[in-house]
Design a protein around this ligand. Structure first.
Ligand code: NDP
Length: 286
């Protein structure tokens, strides 16, 4: 039986429509318009496109964008000075530093310098710590979107066997924590995992975030499972595919997210959501 589609694009649009209403409400009630500082360093075409899409989504939702495009030669000290400026700017409630940063800049130093109360990506150690505790202030956008996609299927997470393939700080680890907080029994896999296909086959919920085109094949997937594909891989012909071999896997899974049109749009919607939630917290303090 063919799997049902987890339509991230449609779900993201519904969420963005709700956010636009909330943004207008917040502004009417408190005079505060949510604002996002979007910082791009260098000319990486993919990063430029990601930032442009995030800006467009903010514009559509009524979120103010404080845009900073810096040259690839920017020094760490220059970027730190900008972070300090946006940290102090009352019009800014969320800060996005598009990764990767050029070689001369230590991403960790920059991400640690972002005010944890404006850390819309949820990468600051303070927010990571709160996430571990199950008391997140900002939840990283991609895993937050993944959870909303799983929840949109109506499949209960509690008690399920969940497998997350990939253990990065921005996707795999937080996705595993969020599933654990929702009472799934979670296994995290990585490049040293033995018998990865066998572990994946146990998954009732399978989240894949490794960055390897069509890596997860149908024989690695449990019949009827929920499969969320985070991967974005550019093929030689310029098209994009996920980490999951979509066609054959959709013959086995119960639910599957496509690439493109799956996790990507949800990541953007969650960035908007995090910025709005932050602005609401600032409004409550004002
Ligand atoms: P990273 O490169 O930071 O991490 C990749 C992870 O995959 C690592 O933990 C690595 O293991 C694991 N891995 C790599 N190869 C294998 C393998 N053969 N078997 C098992 N595990 C493996 O990637 P990210 O988490 O940043 O991103 C993952 C993918 O998701 C990428 O394609 C990225 O483009 C995409 N992405 C998409 C987003 C979206 O909004 N749609 C947002 C963020 C990412 P180890 O730790 O052992 O090295």
């Amino acid at each position: 039986m063919a799997a049902r589609l987890i339509d991230g694009k449609a779900l993201a649009q519904t969420i963005r429509d709700r956010i636009a209403k909330d943004v207008a409400d917040l502004q009417a009630r408190s005079g505060i318009r949510p604002g996002l500082a979007a910082i791009l360093v260098g000319d990486d075409p993919a990063s430029k496109l990601y930032v442009k899409n995030k800006q467009k989504a903010c514009d559509a939702a009524g979120i103010y964008v404080d845009e900073h495009k810096l040259p690839a030669t920017t020094t760490q000290a220059e970027l730190l000075a900008l972070i300090e400026k946006v940290n102090a700017d009352p019009k800014v409630h969320g800060i996005l530093v598009q990764l990767p940063l050029p070689m001369q800049i230590d991403s960790k130093v920059i991400l640690d310098a972002v005010d944890p109360h404006k850390d819309a990506d949820g990468f600051h150690p303070y927010n990571m710590g709160r996430l571990v505790e199950g008391m997140a202030m900002f939840t990283p956008c991609t895993p937050k979107g993944v959870i909303k996609m799983i929840e949109s299927t109506g499949v209960t997470i509690e008690g399920k066997r969940a497998v997350v393939v990939g253990r990065s700080n921005i996707v795999g680890k937080p996705a595993a924590l969020l599933l654990m907080h929702r009472h799934a029994t979670v296994t995290v896999c990585h490049s040293k995992t033995r018998d990865l296909p066998g572990v994946c086959r146990e998954a009732e919920i399978l989240v894949v975030a490794i960055g390897k085109a069509k890596f997860v094949t149908a024989d690695m997937v449990r019949e009827g499972s929920v499969v969320v594909d985070v991967g974005v891989n550019r093929l030689a012909d310029g098209t994009f595919v996920g980490d999951v071999d979509f066609g054959p896997v959709s013959e086995r899974a119960g639910w599957i997210s496509p690439v493109p049109g799956g996790v990507g749009p949800m990541t953007i919607a969650m960035l908007l959501d995090n910025t709005l939630e932050s602005a609401k917290r600032f409004a409550a303090l004002a």
